[in-house]
Design a protein around this ligand. Structure first.
Ligand SMILES: O=C(O)CCC(=O)C(=O)O
Ligand SMILES: [Fe+2]
Length: 239
């Protein structure tokens, strides 16, 4: 989308009631054409700017997969910070519905600063947004991005590379683990500029006796050729 709309206007224009329904019933929602090609290219170009990062992880070293990711330092790049701050409040009603259904007793504050306040009080002070790069053979094993006791139940991935043009393979994969059942998978291939919102830990599903937890994990299948770059926006900070 070549657009002159601000990020706030673009986020505001989404059908958040529909997104709420998708998060509750499927655990993810795919928003198409949120970022322009120029914004994607600008974000990708940040990858090699060393001073922006607090740490760089070679995924194979920890057997997390194959590829590299880099955690941004504070202050975050403007577009990452804006999206983190702007998207958060739209997700709070769904997050609080999850909490009420599971009766965990926590309520998420209405603005992102409030969530960071809770994180910082609990000793979670390190920024979690990151940029990930996979080359031929790269992949990301199934995982959850929790980073401490305080976590927000949704997170976001920005897709910066074009499938079948910049890379092949490298699908985004999610699994749902229902209690006492086999796992179900979803395989997505979002396009450059798309944004995916998904459940970090679990989603509540109504059963005969109240709600039960369906754990969700995400990862990336093997990249067959080319280079795939994403930015992950996690709303809570890390220990
Ligand atoms: O590269 C991807 O699509 C997955 C990124 C990821 O695991 C994350 O942002 O938490
Ligand atoms: Fe992740």
């Amino acid at each position: 989308m070549e657009t002159s709309f601000t990020l706030l206007q673009r986020v505001n224009a989404q059908d958040w009631l529909h997104i709420d329904g998708e998060l509750c019933h499927k655990g993810f929602s795919h928003l198409e054409n949120m970022l322009t090609t120029e914004e994607c290219n600008n974000l990708k170009a940040l990858y090699s700017c060393d001073p922006l990062y607090r740490s760089t992880i070679d995924m194979s070293k920890y057997r997390f997969g194959e590829g590299t990711y880099r955690y941004f330092r504070y202050p975050l790049p403007d577009i990452v910070n804006q999206l983190r701050t702007i998207i958060y409040p739209f997700l709070v009603p769904t997050a609080n519905k999850f909490v009420r259904e599971m009766q965990t007793g926590t309520e998420y504050p209405q603005d992102h600063g409030g969530l960071l306040g809770y994180c910082h009080q609990a000793g979670q002070q390190r920024p979690t947004p990151l940029i990930l790069k996979y080359e031929k053979g790269g992949y990301n094993t199934l995982h959850q991005d929790l980073y401490g006791d305080i976590y927000f139940p949704f997170q976001v991935v920005l897709f910066l590379s074009q499938p079948n043009e910049d890379f092949g393979g490298g699908e985004f994969v999610m699994t749902e683990q229902r209690p006492r059942a086999q796992s179900k998978v979803e395989v997505l291939q979002p396009r450059r500029g798309d944004v995916l919102i998904f459940t970090t830990n679990y989603r509540p599903v109504k059963g005969n006796r109240g709600y039960y937890r369906v754990a969700m994990r995400h990862g990336v299948s093997r990249v067959k050729w080319g280079e795939r770059v994403t930015v992950g926006i996690i709303f809570h900070d890390a220990k």
